[in-house]
Design a protein around this ligand. Structure first.
Ligand code: SF4
Length: 375
């Protein structure tokens, strides 16, 4: 089963920590952008003729719920008309609290959207301001309740921990308030300081200081323990779900399956080829459907594919399936990465069990250290 991603690059304002391909102040481009998307979907669908069955559509951003819901409906209709979307496909949309109302959510649900991912990030108004978010904690809770009333029975809440000035007690309180809403899925990410962001500037100048690594690790450990006790499965480093509510779309990425991305800066993966659309929304609008529309194409080597299968596989708590690796590449993981695997086993960062290699609890905290050994 494959997936389709649609990128909506518009936001009300740029959050201080964000380095995504998203832009504030482009409201005038909403309609031209959706027209360009519909053009790209129509013109590129033939190229992807043998793409196969699609089990997930994910409309992300940016803030897709800034768009009129009728635009979202037209995108879904266009995709359904051109791809083999399964009747029970997961159709997700990312939402920010200040951009949704019950009425808007009801139209989205009616259009076929069946999974909502709401960017709470925090339930502390001071931290929301510090992060440059545009909404209050109450607006986040109101958005969640409105989504339930509108018929969404599959909701993810995004949270961020390790914010400057945040202590464990504050994270625990925030986190418990969000978990008390009983979302089907929670994504809990440690804040990272990305180059070129306003947050990086404030950290560099000393205006803000990140919590130390021990504090971040304590928050991570608290999150893992609390959610597992509450019946959520920890299925990926930062993601937790009630049974059967794992995000199908992200599993396509982590399982190395094919996906097509539409929109500015969207990436696609078909077999060993990767494609990347032009990132700038105005360039995308100008070129979609013309001869100038030329996604950058990269062909992965076997070495690239092998390392990708490992570091994506390690993101999942079930780990890397050794038999699947051997049947895909005709050699064992140990043949290629024997030294790295031995080193990680000796360091206690991974373990081998039932034909799977997976992160240990210690390895989970420093996953990037594990991934870096395969690049
Ligand atoms: S709403 Fe999301 S995509 Fe937009 S600026 Fe904030 S973090 Fe980035």
């Amino acid at each position: 089963m494959s997936a389709i991603y649609v990128h909506i690059p518009f936001c009300k304002q740029k959050c201080k920590y964000c380095d995504f391909n998203s832009y504030a102040g482009l409201a005038a481009f909403h309609q031209p952008y959706v027209n360009a998307l519909l053009t790209e979907i129509a013109s590129q669908a033939d190229c992807y003729g043998a793409f196969g069955t699609v089990g997930s559509i994910y409309i992300g951003g940016g803030t897709p719920t800034l768009l009129e819901p009728s635009y979202i409906a037209s995108i879904i209709t266009s995709l359904k008309g051109r791809f083999a979307i399964t009747p029970d496909a997961e159709i997700s949309i990312e939402a920010n609290p200040e951009t949704v109302t019950y009425e808007k959510l009801a139209v989205l649900r009616e259009s076929g959207v069946n999974r909502l991912s709401i960017g709470f990030q925090s339930l502390d108004d001071d931290l929301l301001t510090l992060l440059g978010r545009k909404h209050s904690a109450q607006q986040a809770v109101d958005a969640f309740n409105a989504a339930r009333r509108a018929g969404f029975d599959n909701i993810n809440i995004d949270l961020i921990f390790g914010v400057p000035g945040q202590m464990l007690a504050n994270w625990a309180l925030n986190f418990e308030q969000a978990a008390a809403l009983e979302p089907e899925h929670l994504s809990c990410y440690g804040l990272t300081v990305e180059p070129g962001t306003a947050l990086e500037c404030e950290i560099t100048t000393g205006a803000l200081a990140m919590p130390d690594e021990d504090m971040q690790a304590d928050m991570f450990a608290y999150t893992m323990e609390s959610l597992e006790e509450s019946g959520y499965g920890h299925y990926e480093i930062s993601n937790y779900a009630k049974p059967g509510k794992e995000c199908r779309h992200n599993l396509v990425y982590w399982d190395n399956r094919d996906y097509i991305g539409f929109g500015a800066g969207a990436h696609s993966r078909i077999g060993n080829k990767r494609f990347a659309n032009t990132a700038k929304p105005t360039d995308y609008i100008e070129t979609a459907g013309t001869d100038l529309f030329k996604p950058e194409e990269i062909e992965l080597s076997i070495d690239d594919e092998m390392s990708e299968m490992l570091f994506l596989g390690f993101r999942k708590m079930e780990g890397v399936n050794l038999e699947a690796f051997a049947s895909r590449f005709g050699c064992s993981v140990q043949d290629i990465y024997g030294a790295q695997i031995e080193g990680l086993l000796d360091d206690g960062l991974i373990e081998s069990k039932n034909g799977l290699l997976r992160l240990t609890p210690r390895g989970i905290f420093i996953g990037n250290e594990v991934f870096s050994r395969f690049v």
